[in-house]
Ligand binder design. Structure first.
Ligand code: ZN
Length: 434
């Protein structure tokens, strides 16, 4: 098992010769954090007000950081320019994210050329975990424009001589499968729903395809994913954790496949109690929060991701002393409460529906039908018409407490679902009840 390449990369970034010194990393993070704090208090309209009481020189350790106010997705949505710390002409790329949070307004995130350079640097070293100069990577992520995730990934890969094709999100699965064969692809990067579908399709095709590795990013990865990838292609599954606000990249699994090593020279991660805002003890679950340490365009202080996670407390089997964030398995997004008091979340639906190989993905909405709660699920079938009746049975069987005595109605239909996200786990149950 190879030690995560992030260890050497981070040691270089913080000027440590030889093995990474965690004490030195911690000092580096604290210094960069205080610099960022001084920067946002001077240059960001939002943080001037939000952190008015905070004196950067008072921040001496993690405990002091943990007492600072949090930043929410709504803060970005309500006034994105208010978080900007550079003049508009220094912005190299603006990413607009779909509506989220309570404002219903799209979030805009700004990056400078230097910010994008740091993302490429992370992609370069992170991808060395699973690829080398002999590989040909198929990138099934958006990549049409300069500075998009596909573009930065391709440029990061080129830095160690690794070839890649920016294929984009898959629309025609047969075409994508031909591409894998014809271009002698050895590694695929994409979102779970699409890659797992094409893996199953490949397994059933007469043409045997072997890949070295697969990197899944940007959404919930079902527990069964590793075996699907292994059976179809003999490939090893790696997971990436990131969201646009993190600068697209946040952390990546090593050969041990247990949690993500993090981009710690650029980001400081915490896990907090979502109610009290205080840090939880290492190993306990809470909400993942991060601060940017090197970001110029739109630095963020203690940004709430809404993702449920925890730090792993044991040293990684790969031999690295870097900490690991456990696999993100769900959103903290408030579960919906039904008329009968029962509560459930998108994660439970994910577990029930992503086991079903006949569908690619789904969307869920709660409605009121004849005065009763009704869960409407729109499924995008893999091919041909979906067997809706057996899906209904399956969902009811997987979630018996929700549907017993018909307290919650269930309606499943087929439709087109727009499901490509560049963040993590952005899907949610849409509550449209009267
Ligand atoms: Zn490791």
């Amino acid at each position: 098992m190879m030690i995560t390449p992030l260890e050497k990369w981070i040691a270089n970034r913080i000027n440590v010769a030889g093995r990474l010194d965690l004490k030195r990393l911690y000092e580096y993070q604290l210094e960069r954090f205080c610099e960022t704090l001084a920067n946002v208090k001077k240059n960001s309209r939002f943080y001037k007000r939000h952190l008015a009481e905070v004196v950067p020189s008072d921040i001496r350790d993690m405990g002091d950081i943990a007492r600072l106010p949090l930043t929410t997705p709504d803060d970005i949505a309500s006034d994105p320019e208010g978080l900007m710390c550079v003049s508009p002409r220094e912005v190299g790329r603006i990413v607009t994210l779909g509506t989220s949070g309570t404002t219903g307004r799209p979030k805009r995130v700004f990056f400078t050329k230097e910010d994008q350079e740091l993302t490429m640097d992370f992609f370069h070293h992170g991808m060395m975990t699973m690829t080398d100069a002999h590989d040909i990577v198929m990138i099934c992520m958006p990549g049409g424009t300069e500075g998009s995730v596909g573009d930065l990934l391709q440029r990061g890969l080129a830095r160690f001589g690794c070839k890649s094709i920016v294929y984009g999100p898959i629309k025609d699965y047969s075409h994508a499968l031909d591409m894998i064969v014809n271009e002698k692809i050895t590694c695929i990067v994409g979102i779970p729903a699409q890659i797992l579908y094409i893996a199953r399709m490949s397994e059933n095709s007469t043409c045997r395809v072997t890949l070295k590795s697969v990197l899944l990013s940007a959404d919930y990865v079902p527990a069964s994913a590793a075996s699907v990838i292994k059976n179809a292609w003999g490939a090893i599954l790696y997971e990436h954790y990131g969201m646009t606000e993190m600068g697209l990249g946040g952390g990546v699994a090593c050969d041990a496949g247990e949690g993500y090593h993090l981009r710690e020279a650029d980001l400081l991660f915490e896990v907090i109690n979502p109610v009290s805002g205080l840090q939880v003890r290492a190993g306990e679950y809470g909400e993942v929060v991060f601060s940017t340490l090197t970001r110029q365009g739109m630095p963020l202080i203690r940004y709430r991701t809404g993702d449920r996670g925890r730090f792993l407390t044991e040293r990684c089997p790969c031999g690295s002393s870097l900490q690991r964030l456990d696999r993100i398995t769900g959103r903290l997004a408030a579960p919906v409460t039904l008329a009968d008091g029962n509560r459930f979340s998108i994660t439970q639906l994910d577990d029930a529906l992503y086991k079903e190989p006949s569908i690619v993905t789904y969307a869920a909405e709660l409605q009121t039908v004849n005065g009763r709660d009704c869960l409407r699920i729109i499924v995008k079938p893999a091919s041909g018409p979906a067997d809706l009746e057996s899906l209904v049975q399956r969902i009811k069987m997987e979630l018996p407490s929700l549907f017993k005595e018909e307290r919650l109605l269930l309606h499943v239909e087929e439709g087109d679902v727009d499901y490509f996200t560049t963040g993590t786990l952005k899907r949610k149950i849409i509550d449209s009840r009267l």
